[in-house]
Design a protein around this ligand. Structure first.
Ligand SMILES: [Zn+2]
Length: 194
């Protein structure tokens, strides 16, 4: 079972290469106004990763339309950054999952390994228990998962559905790619149900 993220830096480079692919697809589509998209990356200071996190993690890939009067910002989905959360997406999934289950890892231990404090980890639990299941993304996307993932057990059930052991980088990539629609602006908006 998963206990860790793949340790070596090549895992993080691999995720970056997926982000580059996602960004390239977005750039090719151009701006709806017909303008060309230019690189306009956001600086980021992600937390929770290893000490040898590649330099590319200092920014989130993003674009800006080159037409005066438009200048629209286009930020493609990401497998590295989960929206505006400062921690790496994989860490937000893994740490929250490790707090669950029959013998949850202790907060102190998780804090030591990933650098997230008690309150941050508690916020992630609220995110997965209460916020995420209500998102339009999840309501549609869960139907595509076979076997169906239990809502009551997120994000552990998601990890179990995608990742097969500590070094399953392909599994991690599939999981983070699955979640990547929530990494863009508006991707987490909750629709009010009537
Ligand atoms: Zn434009």
């Amino acid at each position: 079972m998963y206990q860790n993220l793949p340790r070596d830096a090549s895992f993080w480079r691999f995720l970056f290469s997926i982000d580059q692919d996602l960004a390239e697809s977005a750039r090719k589509e151009a701006c709806p106004c017909g303008g060309r998209l230019h690189r306009a990356n956001y600086p980021r200071k992600p937390r929770g990763g290893p000490g040898d996190l590649p330099d590319e993690y200092g920014y989130r890939l993003s674009f800006c339309c080159d037409r005066d009067g438009c200048r629209k910002r286009v930020t493609p989905p990401s497998v590295r950054f989960l929206g505006r959360k400062v921690y790496l997406g994989a860490v937000v999934v893994l740490v929250a999952a490790m707090r669950q289950g029959p013998s949850p890892r202790r907060v102190r231990e998780l804090s030591r390994v990933f650098g997230a404090d008690r309150r941050t980890i508690a916020r992630w639990r609220v995110f997965w228990d209460e916020h995420f299941p209500q998102t339009p993304f999840w309501k549609v996307a869960r139907g595509r998962l076979v076997p169906a993932v239990e809502i009551s057990n997120l994000p552990r059930s998601l990890l179990e559905a995608f990742v097969r052991g500590d070094d399953d980088r392909q599994g991690w990539a599939r999981l983070l790619r699955f979640l990547s629609p929530i990494s863009i602006a508006g991707g987490l908006e909750i629709k009010v149900l009537r």
